[in-house]
Ligand binder design. Sequence first.
Ligand code: 5GP
Length: 222
Amino acid sequence: MSSKVKDLQSETQHAKPSQGGVLYVVSSPSGGGKGTLIRRVLDVMPDLSYSVSYTTRAPRNGEVHGREYFFVDRPEFETMVAAGEFLEWANVHGNLYGTAESQVVSETTAGVDLVLEVDVQGADSVRKLALDSVSIFILPPSLETLRQRLLSRGTDTPEQLAVRLRNAPAELSQYEKFDYIIFNDEVERASAQLAAIVTAERARRSRQEALVRDVINKFKEV
Ligand code: 5GP
C-alpha cells in the first residue's frame, strides 16, 4: 500500500456520513488503468464497496466469477434485461455488461458507498437516473500508454485490441459530462486523488444534513 494512500486511510476512518450510500461512477477507455486505481482506493477507504457487474465476455486468466464479474451467457443476460434486473447495461466492444440493481439498492440503502466501474454509456445511464452519484473520468496520458497496458495484460486477441483502441477517441470525447477528471500518468498520485474525491464528497453539506441537525439539537439541550 502506498504511503500517500495510507495517510489518507487514517484521515477517512470516520468520514462516512450516516445516510444513504453514494454511487461513484468511474469510467475510462479500456486500458485506462481505472481498475488499478479503484482497487487501491477500496483497500483503504471504509464503507466503500465495489459493484460486481454481469458480463457476457469470457473470463480472462485469473478472473474469478463473482469477484471481477459474474460471467453469464447471452441468453442469461438477455433474460435479466427482460426481467428489469439491471440498473444500466450496455454493449461495450461487442460484449454485454450490466450493473445489477439489487446490489446497488441493498448496499446504498445500508449506507454503503458503491464504486461502479462502467463505460461512458453506463455513466450516461446512471446520470439520467438522478440517484446520488458522482462521476469520475480517468484520463490515460496517451494512446501509446493504452496500447502498452492492453498489450501487457496479454488478454486480447489482435482484433479485440484494435477494437478497444479504435473506440478510445469516442470514449475520451465524453469527458465533459463527468464531475471529475483524474489524469492517470502516475498511479500513486492518481489513486490518492480518487480517494480525495470520495473524502471531499463525503464532506458535502447536502450529505451531512442529518449529522448537522443532530449536533445542533444537542446544543439546544444544554
Ligand atoms: P473489460 O472487458 O475490459 O473488463 O471491460 C470493458 C469495458 O466495459 C470497460 O470500460 C468497463 O468499465 C466496462 N464495464 C464493466 N462493467 C460494466 C457495466 O456493468 N456496465 C457498463 N455499462 N460497462 C461496464
